[in-house]
Design a protein around this ligand. Structure first.
Ligand code: AAO
Length: 482
């Protein structure tokens, strides 16, 4: 369950938060496939409660009404067509699976597929689920429970969301049927939402009943779905990430927290020389990594001071480090713009999602940020693909916030987060020649729209990153784009 089964030569997934299925299919064909992206985490595809009382917040999608595939993102036909078109473009689909709970109790009770529920009776006819399918007695997770009481974290309600009992055969069957339907339609894996709030033993039974990936969508025979479990573990809690790594991969929240700190100047970049398990991060193969996710970019979930698109310069630096460094399976966030933490995605007055528009410079409009279309980000995806499974070598630092390293003979990157210029003759490990920096520009015919780096016969080159440059890093690599 720890292999994402990307198409050959691809390495990176992007969370297209709240995108519509038709738009994702188009994005696979026009952008993600050609640019070498490996996969997409999509928003939950199953029916959720419509919550007008909060003006259709993004978080209504974490309140399941049924496992029918109808949401604001599209219906089942559109979902199937997206998976087909993306797989044909070489881009995999990973589903955000909300299997810990159903909705909370609300005055509104109509779902995006038209199903209703009787919350007082714990009755969800769209599945169907009834009282016996939930944990009893009813209780609510208190902040203090995280420190003491694993059974309360697993058997009580998270934010008042009705807590399914995965210990029962019927609940397992409903969940497995839902997930297998998605696998048969061609998805490559799942994010397991709120995995911390389910018993590892129950999850293991569910995972082991999942089908192999669909060979008619290009997966090798016998391939198991990629599973990454959302377990927030910043240390000091009764439930640990180590209970989940024997099952499948786990989201490593310390990763984005530490890199956000470093790239905001709270820690010197030179300390990143031993980035990885020595920083008390999970083993690389167990780890799904990101700078920000849809929760912590808006103050939900865990971790403060997380870098997001709103602090673009240090954010791009942290993302570049993530993609240049071999540790973990990286995931990019692709956001809609927001001012307050509840606000839903761009929508019209009926609540229909508004598609992103695409500007002539490849960026998005209509309220969508599309970080995955920022040059400094998508060109680092290409860097990571070229770097492949090489290790880090020729680490250099100035004893402070200027660092540089090579990835085998494939790529070289330098960062300057000091307040003075970086001008150094450094080992790039690349064959002699002229390279285009993929951060300040791109290759255009025989010249570079940004900086040019000339590598000598000894592999060394003069590397310049000014303290006031638009971006704090410079990257060159083998292959046609640099
Ligand atoms: C909404 C409303 C609620 C209402 C509820 C029910 O906002 O007012 O009661 O509906 O009707 C999302 C939103 C929720 C929303 C929910 C359903 O974030 O606001 O509730 O949809 O619509 C915990 C879980 C983690 C979870 C995270 C948000 O462990 O699994 O809370 N994330 C996922 C999704 C998320 C979604 C859900 C789960 C539910 O990614 O989008 O919720 O499907 C500690 C614990 C963490 C815990 C946090 C927050 O973290 O370790 O496990 O996360 O607390 O409670 C420091 C500590 C750190 C600590 C943190 C916060 O950083 O180091 O450990 O402080 O205290």
């Amino acid at each position: 369950y720890k292999n994402p089964h990307y198409a050959p030569g691809r390495t990176t997934m992007v969370h297209l938060f709240e995108w519509k299925w038709d738009d994702i299919a188009a994005e696979c064909e026009r952008w993600l496939g050609p640019r070498g992206f490996g996969g997409i985490q999509i928003s939950p595809p199953n029916e959720n409660l419509i919550i007008w009382s909060h003006n259709r917040p993004w978080w209504e999608r974490y309140q399941p009404m049924s496992y029918q595939l109808t949401t604001r993102s599209g219906n089942e036909q559109q979902f199937a067509s997206m998976v087909r078109r993306c797989n044909d473009a070489g881009v995999r689909i990973y589903v955000d699976a909300i299997i810990n709970h159903m909705t909370g109790t609300w005055n509104e009770n109509v779902g995006t597929g038209g199903n209703t529920a009787n919350f007082g009776q714990f009755n969800y006819p769209g599945v169907p689920f009834g009282r016996n399918d939930f944990n009893w007695p009813e209780c609510y997770i208190e902040p203090s429970d995280y420190g003491c009481c694993p059974e309360r974290v697993r058997n009580c309600q998270l934010s008042g969301l009705k807590d399914l009992n995965q210990g029962t055969e019927y609940v397992r069957q409903m969940i497995v049927t839902f997930m297998n339907r998605l696998i048969d339609m061609g998805v490559a894996g799942f994010r397991i939402d709120a995995a911390k709030h389910m018993w590892p033993g129950d999850l293991r039974i569910i995972y082991d009943r999942l089908h192999n990936l669909n060979t008619a969508h290009g997966f090798p025979s016998g391939a198991r779905p990629y599973i990454y479990q959302e377990v927030i573990d910043l240390g000091g809690e009764a439930v640990s990430r180590d209970e989940y790594t024997p099952l499948a991969a786990v989201t490593e929240f310390k990763f984005g927290m530490e890199l956000s700190r470093a790239f905001q100047g709270g820690n010197q970049l030179r300390w990143l020389a031993n980035w990885g398990p020595q920083w008390n991060l999970l083993a690389s193969a167990d780890s799904l990594v990101f700078i920000d996710n849809h929760d912590n970019q808006r103050g939900h979930g865990a971790g403060g001071n997380i870098l997001t698109y709103k602090q673009a310069r240090p954010y791009k630096g942290a993302i570049a480090f993530m993609l240049a460094h071999p540790y973990g399976e990286p995931q990019l966030m692709s956001s809609f713009g927001f001012q307050n933490t509840e606000a839903g995605p761009p929508m019209d007055s009926s609540g229909n999602l508004i598609s992103p528009s695409i500007n002539s410079d490849n960026t998005c409009g209509n309220g969508w940020i599309c970080e995955h279309r920022w040059r400094q980000i998508y060109q680092m995806v290409a860097f990571r693909n070229v770097a492949g499974n090489t290790n880090i070598n020729d680490w250099w630092d100035n004893g402070s916030n200027q660092i540089a390293f090579c990835r085998g003979g494939q790529g070289f990157i330098a960062f300057n987060n000091d307040s003075w210029d970086l001008n150094q003759n450094l080992q790039t490990c690349l064959p002699a020649g002229r390279y285009c920096d993929v951060i300040s520009g791109s290759k255009s015919g025989n010249s570079c729209t940004g900086k040019t780096v000339t590598v000598g016969n000894d592999g060394r080159a003069l590397i310049s990153v000014g303290a006031n440059d638009y971006d704090m890093m410079l990257a060159i690599h083998r292959g046609p784009e640099s």
